[in-house]
Design a protein around this ligand. Structure first.
Ligand code: PLP
Length: 247
């Protein structure tokens, strides 16, 4: 593996992604500064995370603590870590204090544990409430109708900072098919803010992945979670090592 080639490859990919985000913003009449990238590094090594940091990508997303751990220990607070995967309650103690953002708040027991651990650690956790907009039984997340009562329950948790909503669109061949899902998440956010369910309005929308981020940006995404398109395997990227390989 050659770190220089790798960072050059990453740079090319990042420029391509930047161009596509900028175009989507122009089409939607949005400012580019409204959209941030979380680079999803679940399938790549700490070296690749370092290369991303060198290229100015600071927000790093991981979906399992076991996989993230060696990278977190190598890099620590140089990156801003986002926990984007389903979060088991017994992993909250590992995540709080290390991950600034949790994108997968989907149940009260998790909110309670995050609050408890954040209070104990003297920290706060920025949270996205995960919504299962598409209603697929295999997906995590609250049903849209459950989000308002959920917000009322967590509004009183001082160490939990709900900042927005997150969704995963169905895997579809044509990203256009995901548009209604993204639009519904934006409408839901706006409805929640209109009824003032939380002391602070929800500003953020975490939506859009490698195959649908442009549509998500057109529909109002403020965070796109990008893995494959940025750091996906190619001949010049290092292979995934056996320890960090698939489970
Ligand atoms: C893996 C993952 C992503 C990134 O997926 P790509 O299609 O590779 O961009 C985004 N969000 C979550 C929750 C993920 O687990």
């Amino acid at each position: 593996m050659n770190a220089h080639v790798e960072i050059a490859e990453l740079q090319t990919r990042l420029e391509g992604v930047e161009e596509r985000i900028a175009s989507a913003c122009r089409r939607a009449g949005r400012d580019r500064s409204e959209v941030s990238i979380v680079a999803v590094t679940k399938n790549v090594s700490a070296e690749t995370v370092r290369a991303l940091l060198e290229l100015g990508v600071r927000h790093i997303g991981e979906n399992r603590w076991q996989q993230a751990r060696p990278k977190w220990e190598a890099i620590g607070r140089e990156a801003v870590w986002h926990f984007i995967g389903h979060l088991q309650t017994n992993k909250v103690k590992d995540v709080v204090g290390r991950f600034a953002y949790v994108h997968s708040l989907d149940r009260l027991s998790l909110a309670e544990e995050l609050e408890r651990r954040a209070r104990a650690a003297g920290t706060e956790v920025f949270c996205f409430i995960q919504v299962n907009v598409s209603g697929e039984p295999t997906k995590h997340g609250l049903a849209p109708a459950e989000v308002e009562p959920f917000c009322r329950r967590i509004a009183a948790f001082p160490h939990l900072k709900p900042i927005g909503l997150m969704t995963m669109a169905p895997a579809v061949a044509d990203a256009e098919e995901a548009r209604p899902v993204f639009r519904r998440l934006r409408e839901l956010r706006d409805e929640l803010n209109a009824c003032g369910v939380l002391p602070q309005p929800l500003r953020e929308l975490s939506m859009g992945m490698s195959n649908d981020f442009e549509v998500a940006v057109e529909e109002g995404a403020t965070w796109v979670r990008l893995g494959t398109v940025l750091v996906g395997r190619s001949s010049t990227l290092e292979p995934v090592s056996s320890e960090s390989g698939r489970e």
